[in-house]
Ligand binder design. Structure first.
Ligand SMILES: Cc1cc2nc3c(=O)[nH]c(=O)nc-3n(C[C@H](O)[C@H](O)[C@H](O)COP(=O)(O)OP(=O)(O)OC[C@H]3O[C@@H](n4cnc5c(N)ncnc54)[C@H](O)[C@@H]3O)c2cc1C
Length: 505
């Protein structure tokens, strides 16, 4: 049994989490809720602080909140949050164009027996874009919001996520975790004391205190203090594929009476800008590649495009894209930025945290039964696949662009692709198959939304997809388009809906 695969964990009685950012407190809340009979301690340093950005999320955060027994209204009130139906991508294919990637499907346009071939032929006659056939995209366009209905009808076939203030989210989870027995220790960790097998025995704090444990969760952010720095698990750098490595972030005053139920991402000269509406402010940022634009120019580009007065000085964040070669080594498991980072284009970091916790929790049983080596091996391969699949989906947004107006765009649209993405693109271009691998965070509807938004259509479709008679297909698509318009017309505006929910908190 290889030592780095976390053996000798069978006596799991005490667990220490290093770090109190979103990842640390999400881990603490989940472990305190799901692991009975294990003492959970979290150590963090206020002096070091947290990243504090990370305001847009992915729908499965709702499942995570449900497991913790969190009430939605209370959560939105505590975090200044709003609803998120998806992302509006502006200027990505060409300037002055936009499309939505929302969390809904296109009916029979995606999946098996897809009708998109017929849709393309009758698009002019139908007089609608593909977005018009996706309920949450129409909701987003019209700034409406309503919870999905129960059942199988059209008004039930979408999901949603949240925007929130990341620091308030960590504070909210801290209250919850502490109420469930997590013990918080304030202090800076300066040394890791090792075991004979190379694992970690205890953490030593600046004031000399020692925190020993059977298992350590490294949530120390970009420092990757335990997995990277102490156990020296190498970092796998993906910056050749995703070259953005810096971000300026700045909050602005809230604009207008209606806040958009979506994140906006606008492609710029050497990266892209985010705009995330919260209840009482808007989060803004410019994610860019320092190889193609300097920090001062990137700051100016962000400030020049803001639509309201700033509430603070812009803050610069530096990061590397990639992941640790292993996520679980010896008795250390890294979660959050300590495990790796993929740029925030599709809001996947917090998703990667709760997704990892969802995989880990059942594995703790195997750990207790002395099977931690097998659990670690499975966890490592699952995490790696997750990172690779998300990298490919993020990359898709760039490589389909027709922009060639800067060095950045010329580089990113001409680079060699990872084979997994190359294969998927080939399958789509040649036969219109939205083929996808197991364990994809982004399913067929997501891929179709980006292909269609970027006007990247296949050369031909496979014959078995053409079997639905054209008349039937047209009737189906007209009915879907009209039903969506009717349903959305009956929904309240996002702001009105949110205010009504907050009154319940
Ligand atoms: C520009 C940018 C935009 C982002 N946008 C999004 C987004 O929209 N959606 C999304 O899902 N994610 C986003 N993220 C990612 C998101 O911010 C993080 O995934 C999330 O906040 C988790 O961070 P963390 O808890 O891993 O690290 P951190 O927030 O950095 O927390 C690290 C913790 O470790 C502690 N610590 C470190 N070293 C020590 C030590 N030696 N002793 C004691 N304590 C220590 C720190 O005090 C802190 O408490 C974004 C990230 C960046 C950089």
């Amino acid at each position: 049994m290889p030592a780095q695969l976390g053996d000798h964990l069978s006596g799991l009685q005490r667990l220490v989490i290093l770090g109190g950012g979103s990842a640390g407190w999400m881990s603490a809340a989940a472990l305190a809720t799901g692991l009975r009979g294990v003492e959970v301690v979290l150590v963090e340093s206020e002096e070091i602080g947290i990243v504090g950005v990370g305001e847009a999320t992915f729908p499965s955060i709702r499942g995570f909140n449900d497991i913790l027994g969190i009430d939605e209204a209370e959560f939105l009130a505590a975090t200044g949050g709003s609803y998120k139906l998806g992302i509006q991508f502006c200027d990505w294919r060409q300037r002055d164009e936009h499309y939505f990637h929302t969390f809904g499907d296109f009916g029979q346009l995606d999946g098996a027996g897809a009708l998109w071939g017929q849709y393309r032929r009758m698009r002019d006659r139908l007089g609608c874009s593909l977005s018009d056939l996706c309920l949450p995209s129409v909701m987003a366009e019209q700034q409406r919001f309503c919870l999905p209905a129960a059942g199988e009808e059209l008004n039930s076939r979408y999901t949603y996520a949240y925007h929130f203030d990341a620091s308030r989210y960590a504070a909210f989870l801290r209250r919850l975790a502490e109420a469930r027995g997590v013990q918080r220790v304030e202090g800076r960790v300066v040394q890791a004391l090792r075991r004979e097998d190379g694992g970690v025995r205890a953490l030593r704090l600046e004031d000399g205190r020692e925190l020993s444990a059977d298992l350590f969760i490294d949530c120390s952010g970009f420092a990757s203090w335990l997995l990277g720095r102490t156990l020296e698990v190498p970092f796998v750098d993906w910056s050749h594929h995703l070259p953005v490595d810096r971000a300026w972030a700045v909050p602005t005053e809230r604009v207008g009476s209606e806040i958009t139920p979506y994140t906006r991402s606008t492609a710029l000269e050497a990266g892209w800008a985010w705009r995330i509406p919260l209840q009482d402010r808007t989060g803004n940022g410019h994610v860019f590649s320092s190889r193609f634009i300097d920090e001062a120019a990137a700051r100016e580009q962000l400030l020049a495009r803001l639509d309201a007065p700033t509430l603070a000085e812009p803050r610069l964040l530096r990061f590397a894209t990639g992941h640790r070669e292993r996520f679980w080594s010896h008795n250390v498991i890294a979660i959050g930025l300590a495990a790796g980072f993929l740029e925030p284009l599709e809001s996947t970091s917090i998703f990667l945290v709760h997704n990892a916790l969802g995989r880990l929790m059942p594995m703790m049983q195997h750990v207790r039964a002395g099977r931690s080596a097998e659990a670690a091996e499975a966890f490592n391969s699952q995490q790696l696949r997750q990172f690779q699949r998300i990298r490919d989906f993020i990359l898709l947004h760039y490589v389909l662009s027709e922009r060639r107006d800067s060095e950045f765009w010329r580089y990113i649209t001409s680079m060699e692709l990872p084979p997994s993405l190359d294969y998927k693109l080939h399958a789509w271009r040649e036969t219109g198959v939205l083929r996808h691998y197991d364990d994809e965070a982004f399913g067929e509807s997501s891929w179709l939304a980006v292909y269609a938004g970027m006007k990247h259509w296949p050369r031909r479709s496979s014959p078995w997809m053409e079997e639905v008679p054209a008349g039937l297909a047209e009737a189906f698509l007209r009915e879907r388009r009209d039903s969506i318009q009717r349903i959305v017309a009956g929904m309240p505006g996002h702001d009105a809906f949110l205010r009504q929910v907050l009154r319940r908190s």
